[in-house]
Write a protein that binds this ligand. Sequence first.
Ligand SMILES: [Ca+2]
Ligand SMILES: [Ca+2]
Length: 283
Amino acid sequence: MFAFSCECLLPSHSFLYSALQSSALPGRVESELASKVQLCMSTRLNKGLQRCVLQGDDGEKGDRGEVGKQGKVGPKGPKGNKGTVGDVGDQGMLGKIGPIGGKGDKGAKGISGVAGKKGKAGTVCDCGRYRRVVGQLNINVARLNTSIKFVKNVIAGIRETDEKFYYIVKEEKNYREALMHCKDRGGTLAMPKGEVINALLADYISSSGLFRAFIGINDMEKEGQFVYADSSPLQNYSNWKDGEPHDSTGHEDCVEMLSTGEWNDSECQVTIYFICEFLKKRK
Ligand SMILES: [Ca+2]
Ligand SMILES: [Ca+2]
């Protein structure tokens, strides 16, 4: 198949002719073409015909071409639309401790609580032991008070020589009690073994406003044989009152000194004041 076309200056005279035969144009087609070419050529003094083209058959479809080179990077695209809100993130880490705040206002008084249950009965105290201890302490304190009183009196009214202290105890006691009282304090009943000491004791008794006091002489062991409280016998000195000792009642085995300094045997059970003596410590 072939196509034959002529183009004229006047569009209305252009024509296209197609035929099945390519070898030779049939007579009718040839005449039609001739008339059209002639018509085109007659127009505008044979200057109307521009060109006539005989187009051949379409060729076969060619092979697929090779893959072309990668094109250039295209221009930056437009800004996309805003996305949707994301999910809530995990809880963050604990922050640093802040500064200590100011002191708050005092709160209102709370409501009173419910009363507690009744407590269990207490156990009985085994206090006997403690009572005994306290009792003993009381006794000791009493003894100390007595000693303090004694010392105070001694300091107030003591008599002394180079070797001894003498002290009139103004408590009425019998001879044995008086002797024990002096011994408990480290001494004994006063033992005048000479005129000087005897005079000192006599003055002590009289100046104290007393009439008599026990001294450390007795014949309790053997009637008529007087000894001192330290069991030593009377030696070269004695100061009996006239007529004494005469053991008038048969029980006068203890000796008292009168304010004159004279001695008299007296009953041991009478309770009168007495004189203690204490040996000074040797240096
Ligand atoms: Ca006697
Ligand atoms: Ca007598």
